[in-house]
Design a protein around this ligand. Structure first.
Ligand code: HPA
Length: 264
């Protein structure tokens, strides 16, 4: 069904899909000739709209290149099963999508970061205590035991660096720690994650990267630092702040994404 929908719109399946994180939804305004479908229609599930995601798939063009943009995602704190977590990305991998750009809003643990910075994810630490590949392996998509020595594609990381240089947009590079949430982290947890080598912390992305790598998709991960994390920031954390910083930084992130997609 998904294949028919995609091929009804485009002459062939787009090579690239993007997942937009909290507050970054406005990126979809850069698409031309776009069609929009709800996840409910496509996958028979909804996302948590209270967090600023609309739960929609956009099929459109960015500078004449066909692109799939997902506005909203599943989080483990929504009490989803591993198979529900796998559903969307595996569906797109099955129809032939090759590249995935995963964006998120997250907290900065590295003291040299500032809210509004964008971090290229170089590696991650999974602190969720969950792995979306638990369960029966889909042998048609990938192997049982997935190599994770370089989950974030090196060539993609080099390309985004070149784009940022050309556009004069500062990028940070670091390790993303995934935390299941939905409560934010404690000061002691942040101290521990920092000691483990983490630079930023958030409640998404890692399951998606694992699913994508299982299906051999090439991954670019970009984190928008919307706040400094607990204990590093003097303020209490709030999702309103996360969304506000997301909105303020969406233009910068969009420029990077547009430049990147032109080059791949
Ligand atoms: N922690 C976890 N998730 C987040 C944060 C944070 O500080 N900011 C935005 N998402």
């Amino acid at each position: 069904m998904l294949k028919e929908i995609v091929l009804d719109k485009f002459s062939k399946v787009p090579e690239t899909m993007i997942i937009l994180g909290s507050g970054i939804n406005e990126f979809v305004n850069n698409l031309s000739d776009s069609t929009c479908l709800s996840y409910k229609e496509l996958f028979d599930f909804d996302t948590d709209k209270s967090i600023g995601h609309t739960g929609q798939l956009h099929l459109g063009y960015l500078n004449n290149k066909p692109l799939l943009v997902l506005e909203g995602r599943k989080h483990y704190y929504e009490e989803v099963s591993d198979s529900d977590m796998r559903l969307m990305i595996q569906s797109f991998a099955s129809v032939g999508v090759k590249n995935i750009i995963i964006t998120n809003a997250c907290g900065g643990m590295n003291e040299s970061y500032e809210p509004g910075d964008i971090m290229v994810i170089e590696d991650h630490i999974n602190m969720m205590g969950r792995n979306p590949l638990v369960g029966k392996n889909n042998d048609e998509l990938g192997v049982r035991f997935v190599d994770m020595s370089e989950p974030y594609d090196l060539e993609f990381r080099n390309t985004i660096d070149k784009v940022s240089f050309k556009l004069n947009i500062k990028l940070q590079h670091g390790v993303y720690v995934s935390y299941i949430g939905p409560s934010y982290e404690t000061k002691a947890e942040i101290k521990a994650f920092r000691m483990l080598g983490g630079d930023a912390v958030g409640m998404s992305t890692v399951p998606e990267v694992i699913i994508a790598r299982h299906a051999n998709m090439r991954v670019l991960g970009l984190s928008l630092i919307t706040n400094m994390s607990t204990g590093i920031s003097k303020n209490k954390l709030s999702h309103i702040e996360v969304l506000e910083v997301g909105k303020k930084s969406v233009k910068k992130l969009s420029k990077l994404l547009i430049g990147f997609i032109e080059r791949i």
